[in-house]
Design a protein around this ligand. Structure first.
Ligand SMILES: *Cc1c(COP(=O)(O)O)cnc(C)c1O
Length: 377
C-alpha cells in the first residue's frame, strides 16, 4: 500500500505524465514562458467549461480576489461582508485594500454563509458580499443574489475550493460555481481541485466592462504598452502552469467523480458510528469535496484522534482551528470570543480526512477502520 497523504499529487501526475511532457516541451522549445499561446488556450477552454463570458488568468487566488475588489474602486472603509469561517486570504485582501471586513456567521450544517445573519449585518456602508463555497459546496446563491439585488450590493464569489461544482436554481437551471455573482475568483494552488504545479488563479465574469478593467489591472494598469491608466499589479499565470491546467481541466469532471466516490464511502461508514457527522449535502449544489470535513460528537477527543491516526501513518487536518474574527491580525476590528458561536463551535469540532483523486480502496479501508476504532473505543 502506498503512503497515505491528504492529497496524492504524485500518483495523479503518473496518470497524465505523457500529456504534461508534450505540452511542457511546447513551452520549453519556444521559450514563451509569459503570455504564450497556452495561456490563451487554457483561458478559452475554461470559459467554455464554465460557460462564462470571460476568464482572466492571474497569479494566484488571493490576487484574483484582490483584483476584483480593486476593479470596483470601492471607497476606503466600505464594508465587505464575509464569513469568519474561511481561509484567511478571503479576509486579508479586504483589509489590505483599506476596506472593512464585516464578519458573518455560517450555517452549522453546510459551513457556508448564513443568509439571515448576513442580512442583519448590512449597513449603509456595505458595498459587497464575498460568499465562500467552502470545502467544495455552493452557498445558496439564489437567495444570496436576491438579497444582494434588493440591497444593491456586489457579489464576489470565492470559488477557490469549489471549481467545477454545480449550482441548481429552483427552476432547475444549473450553472457552475463562480459564474453567478458579479465576479468569481479561484485558485489553482497545487492541492486545489484544479491545481497547477506552482501558483495560479483566475477571475470569472460575464461583465465585459469589468473584464476589460481587470485585464488592465493584472497588467500594471496598462491600457497600451507603457501607458498606465490606473494603478495595477503584476499578476499573471505563466505558460507552464497554463499547460498543466489545460490538461487537468479535461480530467476535472472525472477527478470530481473520484472525490465524490471517496466521500460516499466515508459517509456510509462514519454515519453508522453515530459519533461522526458526515458533510451535509445541500439540495441546490453538488459537492466536489475539496475537503472531506466531518463534525465530531461532543465526547470525541479531536486531538487524540489526530495523534492516533498520525501514529498509524494516516494524516488528518483541522480546517480551520481559529476563525478569522479571532485572529490576531484582525483584532483591530474589535471582535471577541462568543461573537460567532456556530463558527467557534465548528472550529473546535471539525476534522478533515484524506480525500483526493487517487485514493486506493485499501488506503480508504484502513482510514475508515482506524477512525472508527478510535471514536468507538
Ligand atoms: C486557497 C484559497 C484562497 C487563496 O488562493 P491562493 O491561490 O493560495 O492565493 C482563497 N480562498 C480560499 C477559500 C482558499 O481556499
Amino acid at each position: 500500500m502506498k503512503k497515505i497523504q491528504m492529497v496524492d499529487l504524485i500518483s495523479q501526475y503518473e496518470g497524465i505524465k505523457e500529456e504534461i511532457r508534450v505540452e511542457f516541451d511546447r513551452v520549453l522549445d519556444t521559450a514563451m514562458f509569459i503570455n504564450g499561446p497556452l495561456v490563451k488556450e487554457f483561458q478559452e477552454a475554461l470559459e467554455t467549461y464554465l460557460d462564462v463570458k470571460h476568464v482572466i488568468p492571474c497569479a494566484n487566488g488571493t490576487d484574483a480576489l484582490q483584483v476584483i475588489m480593486m476593479a470596483y474602486d470601492l471607497p476606503k472603509g466600505a464594508e465587505v461582508l464575509v464569513p469568519s469561517y474561511t481561509y484567511v486570504a478571503t479576509v486579508e485582501v479586504i483589509a489590505l485594500l483599506g476596506l472593512k471586513p464585516v464578519f458573518v456567521e455560517v450555517y452549522p450544517d453546510s459551513f457556508n454563509i448564513d443568509i439571515e445573519d448576513l442580512e442583519s449585518k448590512i449597513t449603509e456602508n456595505s458595498a459587497a458580499i464575498v460568499p465562500v463555497h467552502l470545502y467544495g459546496q455552493c452557498v445558496d446563491m439564489e437567495r444570496l443574489m436576491a438579497l444582494a439585488e434588493r440591497r444593491n450590493l456586489l457579489v464576489i464569489e470565492d470559488t477557490a475550493q469549489a471549481i467545477g461544482a454545480d449550482y441548481t436554481y429552483l427552476d432547475g437551471k444549473t450553472v457552475k460555481a463562480g459564474t453567478i455573482g458579479n465576479a468569481g475568483a479561484t485558485s489553482f494552488f497545487p492541492s486545489k481541485n484544479l491545481g497547477c504545479y506552482g501558483d495560479g488563479g483566475a477571475i470569472f465574469t460575464h461583465d465585459d466592462a469589468l473584464a476589460a478593467k481587470i485585464r488592465m489591472i493584472v497588467n500594471h494598469g496598462q491600457s497600451k504598452r507603457y501607458y498606465h491608466d490606473s494603478i495595477g499589479v503584476n499578476s499573471r499565470l505563466d505558460s507552464l502552469q497554463a499547460a498543466v491546467l489545460k490538461i487537468k481541466l479535461k480530467h476535472l469532471d472525472s477527478y470530481s467523480q473520484a472525490r465524490i466516490a471517496v466521500a460516499d464511502k466515508y459517509d456510509e461508514a462514519f454515519r453508522s458510528t453515530g459519533l461522526i457527522e458526515p458533510p451535509f449535502r445541500s439540495p441546490f449544489s453538488n459537492h466536489v469535496f475539496h475537503q472531506y470535513t466531518v463534525k465530531l460528537a461532543d465526547g470525541v477527543d479531536r486531538d487524540g484522534l489526530n495523534a492516533f491516526l498520525s501514529e498509524q501513518g494516516i494524516p488528518s487536518m483541522i480546517y480551520y482551528p481559529v476563525p478569522n474574527h479571532l485572529q490576531k491580525a484582525y483584532s483591530y476590528y474589535g471582535y471577541k470570543e462568543g461573537d460567532f458561536k456556530i463558527t467557534e463551535a465548528l472550529c473546535s469540532r471539525v476534522i478533515s480526512f484524506p480525500i483526493h483523486t487517487e485514493m486506493e480502496t485499501e488506503q480508504q479501508d484502513l482510514i475508515i477502520s482506524k477512525v472508527i476504532e478510535y471514536v468507538s473505543s
